[in-house]
Design a protein around this ligand. Structure first.
Ligand SMILES: Nc1ncnc2c1ncn2[C@@H]1O[C@H](COP(=O)(O)OP(=O)(O)OP(=O)(O)O)[C@@H](O)[C@H]1O
Length: 754
């Protein structure tokens, strides 16, 4: 802890300060020297707006940042600012703002007469290069592309069993979507394999479940399938990449077969009791929803699992199945099914005549990648390609079609300098929930579990314990993943519920957390990793924030696809850093022209309404008048909070380290936009509420650099990671690049990305 801001948290008495006389004790020599220098300079340097006190600074700031008639910020034009003009002043000799707070001289907004510390956020930020092509207000929603078709009367026109059509109607599903309109008739009439490709939220699940059920229901010849029961055999296996998705698909299936109690389905997923699953399989099931690993396990070890009657193998979210490394498990299942070439024609005396006469494999994916093609080669034979293109007849898988989000999904980006990221995120969420009725559920994607944990703990309100509508038992399970939020509430939205979710949580906790998020009647945020990016169907999600950009563009499409489902509207906002990350905007345009949101405008609108801090620090919510002041006060408060709480500080450090490691795992093709050598570690540390990057992240690199004979690795450490004033042309920069390359290599090894 001593490293983090030791020089910054000295409390000064009310007597006028003589900086020259200030004596610092304790801590490291380097830090003491720096503190002495800062204190000295604070008293002697020419005064800047900040140094002259907030009253004056506040008056000046608005002159630089004009607002238009709507009160919107209009002074900051992308592309025309230079380093330092993002703040009310340019550098001064004592501005050590590189991620470090600095002492504020003279009068302050803090306790009367005390010397306050401020956290400089608006100076020395890298320049934004991208000129705004389309602002948020210019966006007009095009016609939805994944909505039910208006020119098809109802599901009945697809020749589905009337009982099924009635069931759909009870679920308020009247007309099919484009992909359902294509896939359902095909799977009803054909015994051929199919590759199904359609946008996120277009109803792919019903597109394969409905025809399967229809054909099984035909088995009795009367359309109700009453001769079939749980012992009649297993007819379909549906494989999903994650436990959540498997469970979700199983619950949709359960809903559909509820009126047909003689049909039985079950799910087998990792994290559950294998013994109980075996017992269910032994009792007999007609439909099995599985994760690949658990399926392979049962194929090997559960004798009661008879694959002889299986007619359908559905591989849902094909690209994700491959991404997650399930190739071997999938091979096992595919080969096991292939070995039984002629499937059983009867079951318990019932002729299986309405079922396909061969095994049908259906591969579904919203995106098309090389690995999906590979899975296709492994599993499909003479497959028909079925895409949801409404107008043009698409006959083959296409890279273009796949990487599109639903047209009605409003995609935007915010170019936020690293130092401003945390306060911008808070401000954005505060603003989003304060627009009553506009946002009820939001998902915030982070790159790693440690970052999720840090942000969750930071944003939760430690003073509020009770959760609404929760039994004591549920509350116990949810105690570490659901809580009331602080900071992002507002008078218009005084209660917001926070949820956290990632793959390191136990399965019961994951399941309960998602259930709680779905059921929440209060505005809610889910802070999560990519574990929630695939297939998760929560219709009421209206906002997706990609706080950390996705590791691949197809992941981005899946993440944003958690909103704007089945024709509904939705917003998605992507945080980018100024610099090379801006190149990613071109990639966004291949899906839909995104609009730009100004980071400063978000701060102004979000932070100038009432701020509340859940924990008392010397920085107070009422400190400052301009949004610059408010942002710096909020940042300072967070930094102070961490310094007073070792547990949170540890979470911040772990979050920072994992975030940096994760940064190196963007796909090879997209790494050009996510150049780790461009990251200013000091600024990134700020976004975790830290005043310096924690040790360790660079230490390994240094050791490696030393081993390889990179001169000066040690000497450059401080400069390269924390100092704002660093001149890009200086040798230290090259060294930083070199170190970053080692870092990238080390982290790439760790994440197995070669
Ligand atoms: N015909 C329909 N009319 C209205 N809503 C529908 C229709 N079909 C499906 N839905 C709803 O659309 C939502 C998305 O369906 P589903 O999860 O199957 O989409 P998906 O294509 O698999 O998406 P993803 O690729 O993101 O997994 C669900 O809430 C579902 O109930």
């Amino acid at each position: 802890m001593a490293d983090d801001g030791m020089i910054l948290n000295f409390q000064f008495g009310s007597a006028p300060l003589k900086p020259q006389a200030t004596k610092f004790t304790g801590g490291r020599w380097r830090d003491r020297k720096r503190a002495e220098k800062s204190a000295k300079l604070a008293g002697s340097q020419s005064k800047t707006p900040r140094d002259e006190g907030d009253a004056e600074a506040s008056e000046r700031a608005p002159k630089r940042y004009k607002t238009n008639d709507n009160g919107e910020f209009s002074g900051w034009k992308p592309g025309n600012q230079s380093q330092g003009n993002l703040g009310p002043r340019k550098s001064s000799a004592n501005d050590n703002a590189g991620g470090r707070s600095s002492q504020r001289g003279g009068q302050s907004d803090g306790p009367k007469g005390s010397r306050q510390v401020i956290s400089r956020l608006f100076s020395f930020n890298p320049e934004q290069k991208t000129a705004v092509e389309k602002e948020e207000s210019e966006w007009e929603a095009p016609e939805a592309t994944n909505a039910p078709l208006s020119d098809v009367a109802n599901f009945g026109t697809l020749a589905l069993a009337s009982r099924l059509v009635d069931e759909l109607s009870k679920m308020n599903l009247e007309r099919p979507t484009a992909i359902q309109n294509k896939v359902i008739p095909h799977l009803i009439s054909s015994s051929g394999d199919a590759f199904v490709q359609a946008e996120t939220g277009s109803g792919k699940t019903f597109s394969y479940l409905l025809p399967i059920l229809h054909r099984v229901l035909q088995l009795s010849g009367k359309g109700d399938g009453k001769q079939i029961h749980r012992d009649s055999g297993l007819f379909a296996i549906i494989v999903a990449p994650t436990r959540e998705l498997a469970r979700q698909t199983h619950s949709v299936l359960e809903q559909l077969i509820r009126p047909f109690p003689w049909l039985v389905s079950t799910s087998i997923t990792g994290g559950e009791s294998k013994k109980a699953e075996k017992a269910r399989i032994r009792k007999g099931v007609n439909f099995l929803v599985a994760t690949p690993g658990r399926l392979a396990d049962h194929i090997d070890n559960t004798k009661a699992l008879n694959l002889g009657t299986v007619r359908w193998l559905i591989l849902d979210e094909g690209d994700r199945l491959m991404d997650l490394g399930f190739e071997e498990d999938l091979k096992k299942a595919i080969n096991a099914l292939k070995r039984i070439i002629v499937a059983e024609k009867t079951t318990n005396g019932t002729l299986l005549d309405s079922l396909p006469d061969r095994r049908v494999t259906v591969l579904c994916s919203a995106t098309m990648k090389m690995n999906v093609q590979k899975l296709g080669e492994m599993s499909l034979a003479d497959a028909t390609f079925l895409a949801a293109e409404k107008d043009a007849e698409q006959t083959a898988p296409s890279d273009q079609a796949v990487l599109k989000a639903p047209a009605q999904l409003h995609q935007s980006y915010i170019i936020a300098p690293a130092k401003l990221r945390l306060v911008t995120l808070i401000s954005y969420l505060k603003l989003a929930f304060s627009r009553r009725g506009r946002t009820m559920k939001a998902i915030v994607f982070h790159s790693c579990a440690d970052s999720v944990d840090f942000h969750y703990e930071l944003l939760k309100d430690p003073t509020k314990k009770d959760l609404p509508d929760t039994s004591a038992k549920e509350a116990e399970v949810l105690s570490r993943t659901v809580s009331k939020a602080a900071y992002i509430t507002s008078p218009a939205s005084p209660e917001v519920v926070l949820h956290r979710m990632h793959g390191s949580l136990s399965q019961p906790v994951r399941t309960a957390t998602i259930k709680s998020f779905v059921a929440s009647k209060l505005p809610s945020v889910l802070i999560t990793t990519d574990v929630s990016s695939r297939g998760l169907d929560i219709p009421s999600v209206d906002l997706v924030i990609e706080y950390d950009p996705a590791f691949s563009f197809s992941d981005h499409i899946h993440r944003v696809g958690r909103t704007a489902r089945a024709g509904r509207h939705g917003d998605a906002a992507l945080f980018l850093l100024p610099g090379t990350e801006e190149g990613y905007i071109e990639l966004l345009k291949t899906s839909a022209p995104p609009t730009a949101q100004s980071c400063e405008s978000v701060l102004e609108k979000g932070l100038l309404s009432k701020l509340e801090f859940p924990v008392e620090t010397t920085a107070k919510p009422e400190d400052g008048n301009t949004y610059h002041d408010k942002a710096e006060t909020l940042q300072l408060h967070i930094e102070q909070r961490l310094l007073g709480d070792p547990k949170q500080l540890e979470l911040a450090r772990n979050g920072f380290k994992s975030h940096i490691r994760a940064y190196a795992t963007h796909t090879k093709e997209e790494r050009v936009h996510f150049d780790i050598s461009e990251l200013h570690l000091g600024h990134v540390a700020k976004s975790f509420g830290l005043r310096d990057p924690p040790g360790g992240i660079g230490a390994g690199i240094e050791r490696k650099a030393k081993k390889k004979g990179v001169k000066g690795a040690k000497g450059a450490k401080g400069k390269s990671t924390t100092d704002e004033e660093e001149d890009p042309a200086r040798p230290g920069r090259d060294l930083f690049k070199q170190k970053s390359m080692y870092l990238m290599k080390a982290t790439a090894d760790e994440f197995n990305i070669g």
